[in-house]
Design a protein around this ligand. Structure first.
Ligand code: ATP
Ligand code: MG
Length: 368
């Protein structure tokens, strides 16, 4: 991989070269534990990309407020944040490489959000399809102002660390497009400050729910969690939605779009077994029970190494809290520098400096 290199020439004429690794920024709202949908949509790519990119993972609690903002919701954030980080470490994120941070603990992100709000129009945001879905899912009749601005705040998240790549699931693709537009517009207006971040698309962009709904989602209660134990996985798989027309094992069934087979494709590494099951399913020569038992076994095989890692991390009390706090402090330093650069490029810093100089001169003249 080629590392981008920034050069600066100090006044003594020597050339100072500082290499900066490219960065990945992504994350989740602290609304609950991570599930298989998070894994295929984003976490799998996080694990792959952490080798090449400097990794920043946001715990997006300000984004949570756009649909969940009661005191009870907010009181859940620390527990959910711990769970989310533990889920990611268990899945294979390396705590030595990754930086996790809590969005609300970095107020400069909100400052950047404010500065970005004028680089995008309301009709543009109204065309982002996921926002309407989220409003509907949260039972809102009308679009909250903050929810309309969700992609702008996300642009602030990505650009506050000058993120280069953003691995996210399908519902987030349009948001990253808004980030790219904001970055371009900023650079055109005020000079080259930001990279234009690239979306990293996963193989399965949306995982269906266990109930057959289009998306596995915390708020729909149709998930298999990365932290589920073997019995829970078996129980959830047993209750999964399959081909509704197939009331008996000898009736030929449909494989395409069938959640049970979509999961087999995603998580069963025994390709021959999957091919055999599909063939027999189409021919009406296999019962749902066998298909589901084999799926539960495959999902458990997939989750088993995560369970082992989880046990190791869980045996260290306070470990995850330390990771979040250290990561937040470290990220804040980075974000402060970027926001200072942004305000300088926009001329905002200059405005106040001028006023301050004049005020100082006036004070001096009065002999104060
Ligand atoms: P909520 O139900 O509270 O909206 P969520 O389960 O949708 O939560 P988010 O925190 O909104 O989770 O999403 C985190 C990341 O996981 C995003 O990149 C999103 O695209 C991805 N993701 C979430 N659910 C799925 C899914 N079913 N399939 C693929 N990717 C998903
Ligand atoms: Mg979501």
């Amino acid at each position: 991989m080629t590392t981008p290199v920034t050069t600066s020439a100090p006044s003594d004429g020597t050339l100072e070269v500082t290499a900066r690794r490219k960065r990945m920024l992504t994350g989740d709202r602290p609304t609950g534990k991570l599930h298989l949908g998070h894994f295929v949509g984003s976490v799998e790519n996080r694990i792959r990309l952490q080798e090449e990119y400097e990794a920043f993972f946001i715990i997006a609690d300000l984004h949570m407020l756009t649909t969940k903002n009661t005191r009870a919701d907010i009181d859940q954030v620390s527990t959910n944040a711990r769970d989310m980080v533990l889920d990611q470490l268990s899945a294979g994120i390396d705590p030595e490489k990754a930086t996790f941070y809590l969005q609300s603990a970095i107020p400069e992100v909100s400052e950047l959000n404010t500065l970005f709000q004028n680089l995008v129009t309301v009709p543009r945001l109204e065309r982002v399809p996921s926002l309407k879905d989220m409003a509907r899912a949260a039972g809102k009749d009308e679009m909250p102002y903050g929810l309309l601005g969700y992609p702008v705040l996300q642009a602030a998240d990505i650009l506050c660390v000058k993120g280069d790549v953003v691995p996210v699931g399908k519902d987030n693709h349009a948001h990253v497009e808004v980030t790219r537009e904001i970055a371009r517009r900023f650079n055109n207006l005020y000079g080259e400050v930001f990279p234009i971040p690239e979306l990293v698309i996963s193989e399965i962009t949306t995982l269906v729910g266990t109930d057959g709904q289009a998306k596995m989602s915390k708020s729909l209660g149709n998930t298999i969690l990365l932290s589920d134990d073997a019995d829970t996985v078996r129980r959830k798989v047993r209750g999964m939605y399959t081909d509704p027309n197939r009331v008996r094992a000898d009736i030929p069934g449909t494989v395409e779009g069938n959640p049970v087979f979509l999961y087999h494709d995603a998580f069963n590494t025994d390709r021959d077994e999957v091919a055999d099951l599909k063939e027999r399913y189409r021919a009406g020569r296999v019962g749902d029970v066998e298909v589901k038992e084999k799926l539960a076994a495959a999902v458990n095989t997939f989750l088993e190494p995560m369970r082992d890692r989880r046990a190791t991390y869980e045996s260290r009390p306070g470990y995850v809290d330390e990771i979040i706090v250290d990561g937040t402090e470290r990220t804040r330093v980075e974000v402060k520098a970027v926001v200072a650069e942004v305000k300088k490029a926009m001329g905002i810093t200059g405005t106040y400096n001028q006023l301050r100089r004049k005020a100082e001169q006036a004070r001096k003249r009065r002999g104060e």
